[in-house]
Design a binder for this molecule. Sequence first.
Ligand SMILES: [Zn+2]
Length: 136
Amino acid sequence: MTEPDPPLRHLSTNEAGVLEALLRQDFVGAEELRVQARDVMARPGCGCGCGTIHLFPQGDNLPASPAQTPVRVEGQFPDQEGQWFGGILLFLASGQLAELEVHSFGDPLPMPEPDQVLWFLRTGESTGIPLPSRPE
Ligand SMILES: [Zn+2]
């Protein structure tokens, strides 16, 4: 037996802020994702207690993004004790926003405040290239 899916809800302030901060970065396919993010609903995306959400862009004929999944821009942030680092990944499905994942190297973490997140461009090398937190 599976529980019925919970209803779609609006994004929390932190969820919307983290998604917006990620999409403010410049990468191939970001433009289309910004359009999808103008009206997007969410549903809890994980049962472990972390802040991962599934994303549901609203509207017809939304442009598909050619970005890779997960998107090459990813975030890192410290937990409350400033020790363990958590990370943010954005997954797409058929070029549409699909999941904003909060992962951690310790206990499950909630969605961080946008100001806590440092952004990196994944290169295939170890840590990636640091990106400005507030690109113009
Ligand atoms: Zn989880």
